[in-house]
Design a protein around this ligand. Sequence first.
Ligand SMILES: [Zn+2]
Length: 139
Amino acid sequence: MPQAQANDSAIKIYYDGLRQGVLKARKCRSCDRHTFPPTTCCEHCGSWDLDWVELTGRGTLLFATHNISPACHPRFEPIAPYVYGHLRLDEGITVQAIIRGIEATPEALRAVFERGPVPVVADILVMDDLPVLAFRPAG
Ligand SMILES: [Zn+2]
């Protein structure tokens, strides 16, 4: 079944990239936009004509908060409570991810908002041998 093989391949390529600290995305040859996390077709126009590209791993933190409920999976318990946020990558892609390097307290989160736009860089976590998309403030 070619469709399933293509999907498995996109997932494997994505996670293999994360293990190496590289964010791999698909870039559409029809509309020139990115799909991240990668899939087998463009999330914007539905085209199957895609290239693999590596993202810069840099972006701007738009919003940050912390989890107030128990970790969503036991693998996250060692880092709970943690901060997660929405960020816009330099390529224009908006993603949600764990944000490292910011304490999960109201005071630390308030300081982030008062600081204004915070540049972030990818900082991949490896938890139970699974790479997890995460970022940290740059500099
Ligand atoms: Zn497209």
